[in-house]
Design a protein around this ligand. Structure first.
Ligand code: 13P
Length: 249
């Protein structure tokens, strides 16, 4: 049985004060949630405030990116060790917004993942197709390429410690959630990639989260699919009540 993960990606939202206020409201609402891992990814300046607020709770903190060098003249970048010290246990890697706006490639996804793992962080590696790729019947091909160039290039030991997130770009921030069946089919194809590259056991142990317009009113249908091992939630994770409703679905 794969343990489910419900993760919130705050993107570029919430100051430190807003982060503290969120945790004050959120933690009591999920105090009884033993059925899944809960993760929240605030922007860098709010990480330490989040880690402090989450201390002693079951909520893990994630960074939204990580650089692959340990230190050096890399203005604007943050290392995995620095993130771990700030209280992070996870790092989101290769989010489609990083791929679209900041030149992220499958190769840099692999480098970031290795660095995160070396520092003891759990990478949440994101993959997903564009609308034109889905409409052109290229979804499996795109997912296969992103898998092989990114998480598929890790060692088997490294791969056993990552989480994958399937985030179809057309569903992100659009309110157009993938149907549970569409999401499950994509997850199966990613799991097949893992089986081919690593082993059947590695594939069946892999946890794959679905992301893209997950809301309190569609989480139940998504989680009814055995293939979906959790969710990566954007907009609906910003409000304590709505994210708690997703966790407690
Ligand atoms: P939304 O839930 O706002 O569609 O965002 C999804 C996402 O990008 C999570 O990483």
């Amino acid at each position: 049985m794969r343990r489910r993960v419900i993760a919130g990606n705050w993107k570029m939202y919430k100051t430190q004060a807003e982060t503290r206020a969120f945790f004050t409201a959120f933690l009591p609402l999920v105090a009884g949630a033993g059925h899944c891992d809960i993760v929240i990814a605030p922007p860098y300046p709010s990480l330490a405030a989040a880690a402090e607020a989450a201390r002693g709770s079951a909520v893990g903190i994630a960074a939204q990116n990580v650089f692959w060098e340990k230190e050096g003249a890399f203005t604007g970048e943050v290392s995995a060790g620095m993130l771990a010290e700030a209280g992070c246990r996870y790092a989101i890697i290769g989010h489609s917004e990083r791929r679209q706006f900041f030149g992220e490639t499958d190769e840099t996804v692999a480098k970031r993942s290795k660095a995160a793992l070396a520092a003891g962080l759990t990478p949440i590696v994101c993959v997903g197709e564009l609308l034109a790729e889905r409409e052109g019947g290229k979804t499996e091909e795109v997912l296969g390429r992103q898998f092989r160039g990114g998480p598929g290039s890790l060692t088997a030991e490294e791969f056993s410690r990552i989480l994958l997130a399937y985030e179809p770009v057309w569903a992100i921030g659009t309110g157009r959630v993938a149907t549970p069946e569409i999401a499950a089919a994509a997850h199966r194809s990613l799991r097949q990639c893992a089986a081919e590259k690593f082993s059947a056991a590695a594939a069946s142990a892999l946890r794959i989260l679905y992301g893209g317009s997950v809301k309190p009113d569609n989480i139940k249908g998504l989680m009814a699919q055995e293939e979906l091992d959790g969710a990566l939630v954007g907009g609906a994770s910003l409000d304590a009540k709505s994210f708690a409703a997703i966790v407690n679905h």
